[in-house]
Design a protein around this ligand. Structure first.
Ligand SMILES: [Zn+2]
Ligand SMILES: [Zn+2]
Length: 117
């Protein structure tokens, strides 16, 4: 009896439309984001696939692309370590963020909703 060993890594990847999803806290209630079609889903909305080095590489690429856009996001309820007002007042960063920053955040969210590939 021989079992063919393919290169499979430990763990599972959340995959959507063939694309490994990026884990993120930028969408409330949805921990995963698909860079290809722009959908975001929670733990239970994803399809799990056995991790492979190919998927791992693809995921790293996707994470890089996501981070470029996500840098501008200001999610509801978030407090930023780098922001003195967040740290001092313990309030939602959106409540004291500048108009420009909120606009940048909205644009970044809109971009993400369409997918970024
Ligand atoms: Zn997708
Ligand atoms: Zn703040």
């Amino acid at each position: 009896m021989s079992t063919k060993k393919t290169t499979v890594m430990d763990g599972l990847f959340a995959v959507h439309c063939g694309t490994p999803m990026v884990g993120t806290i930028m969408f409330s209630g949805a921990e995963f984001y698909c860079v290809k079609c722009g959908t975001s889903q929670g733990m239970f909305g994803t399809m799990d696939t056995q991790a492979t080095p190919e998927l791992q590489r693809e995921l790293e690429e996707n994470e890089k692309k996501f981070r470029e856009v996500a840098a501008d996001l200001i999610p509801a309820g978030a407090q930023f370590d780098k922001c003195g007002t967040c740290q001092g007042k313990k309030e939602d960063h959106r409540l004291h963020a500048s108009h420009e920053d909120l606009e940048k955040s909205d644009k970044a969210y809109q971009k993400l909703y369409g997918g970024i590939l």
